[in-house]
Design a protein. Structure first.
Length: 206
């Protein structure tokens, strides 16, 4: 889907953790450089798997207001959640980048890759932060996504490519995969090491 659409000067930005294995393969197939788009969902105090918003690498926050009204969280709980998530994003940036500076994305086309879109809020906040940084064209590419999330992100990016779109009340990214496992931080660090910013001209033979 991307082969005929990706600009020659594009860079693939993978969303850790699950988007890194997918983004690595996309970058390899398209012969494009790979980097990271670090974002994280703001999780519920009683459930670290469920979220009501997300924070991006530059501190941008996106909140699912409709869900937040139903959750009846206090302002203090929401502020604490945002603060914890900002700290997590900063910590992950340092952990994965290992001191490497982020690439200059000014006026550059980017292909943002994740393993899927469930609520889509992590992708939305990432797109918003990229927009603030002055990038050129934003292309979102995911293997699977919920219809509502795909439609919302499609209004925020120039293009979206999604091979498997699903609807219904229940949606799990893992359901679209034949083999699925979480990516641990240790595995992620090993996967990212030596890959950041490596483009066609920088790759060594073999």
């Amino acid at each position: 889907m991307l082969a005929a659409a990706a600009p020659d000067n594009a860079i693939v930005l993978a969303v850790p953790a699950g988007g890194v294995p997918v983004g690595r393969e996309v970058a390899r197939r398209l012969n494009l450089p790979l980097d990271l788009l670090v974002v994280s969902k703001i999780t519920l105090p009683w459930d670290t798997e469920a979220g009501y918003g997300a924070v991006a690498f530059d501190g941008t926050v996106r909140i699912n207001e409709a869900l937040l009204r139903r959750l009846r969280l206090s302002r203090e709980e929401v502020e604490q959640g945002i603060s914890r998530t900002r700290e997590k994003v900063d910590r992950r940036q340092g952990l994965l980048r290992g001191g490497r500076p982020p690439p200059d994305l000014t006026e550059r086309s980017v292909i943002v890759v994740d393993d899927g879109l469930a609520s889509g809020y992590t992708m939305s906040v990432g797109v918003e932060a990229l927009r603030k940084s002055g990038v050129g064209k934003i292309m979102v590419a995911v293997p699977t996504g919920h219809l509502d999330s795909v439609e919302r992100v499609a209004r925020e990016a120039e293009f979206i490519y999604c091979a498997n779109i699903r609807g219904g009340w229940r949606f799990a990214v893992a359901d679209a995969y034949q083999r699925w496992s979480d990516v641990a931080d240790e595995e992620l660090i090993e996967m990212v090491a030596g890959l950041l910013g490596i483009g066609p001209r920088e790759r060594s033979p073999g």
